[in-house]
Design a protein around this ligand. Structure first.
Ligand code: ATP
Ligand code: MG
Length: 177
């Protein structure tokens, strides 16, 4: 029997379609060079898992099943370039439940034997690659994202570019008040 191909996996928040429409309309109105990210691909990565054997999937699913997070509002109100020309939207003030979720994922991943990313978590939604911006950091229009859940995603390179599929989705509990 042919062995199954490894999967390129990450935990992320998938951007709701209506919000992705708004963000992309605004982005496309900016005088930016670069390769825009497809609207369906807007997301915020929580933890990157890299290439994993299919046998590792159950452990990641169990981890998501066990985590208890709460829903939150994410206000994306800054634009910055990260690394090599990645133009990103970022929250000026990352909400504590987002940071808690990432902490819990990192702890859970360590207990699965993975070495968590040692870099501090930098929440961002990539809007374009190879972008050139004259100002490295500026306030953008503010986008409000009500985050009600997160998922485990598979990334695949296809002829029409990279594509992400949400393999499992977990809701985040609503807070009272
Ligand atoms: P491509 O690499 O094909 O240009 P991509 O970067 O969107 O497309 P992936 O490389 O599969 O797709 O990455 C999926 C998500 O994980 C993206 O949000 C990416 O920024 C993030 N990511 C990729 N590599 C790492 C890494 N080494 N550390 C942290 N996050 C990463
Ligand atoms: Mg990549």
């Amino acid at each position: 029997m042919a062995s199954e191909k490894p999967l390129r996996l990450f935990f992320a928040l998938g951007c709701p379609p209506a919000l992705a429409d708004n963000i992309c309309s605004w982005r496309d109105s900016l005088p930016l060079a670069g390769r825009p990210v497809a609207k369906d691909n807007l997301h915020l990565t929580l933890a990157f898992l890299g290439s994993q054997p299919t046998t590792a999937l159950d452990g990641f699913k169990d981890l998501g099943d066990q985590l208890r997070g709460t829903s939150f509002y994410l206000r994306l109100d800054q634009v910055q370039t990260i690394g090599n020309g990645f133009l990103c939207l970022t929250p000026g003030l990352p909400p504590p439940p987002l940071l808690q979720l990432v902490d819990n994922l990192r702890t859970g991943l360590s207990s699965l034997g993975m070495v968590p990313d040692s870099r501090p978590f930098l929440p961002h939604v990539t809007l374009a690659r190879e972008a050139v911006m004259h100002q490295p950091h500026f306030a953008s229009e503010a986008f409000e994202w009500r985050v009600n859940g997160y998922g485990l995603f598979r990334s695949e390179n296809t002829e029409s570019g990279v594509r992400y599929d949400e393999l499992v989705h977990w809701p985040l509990a609503a807070t009272s008040g």
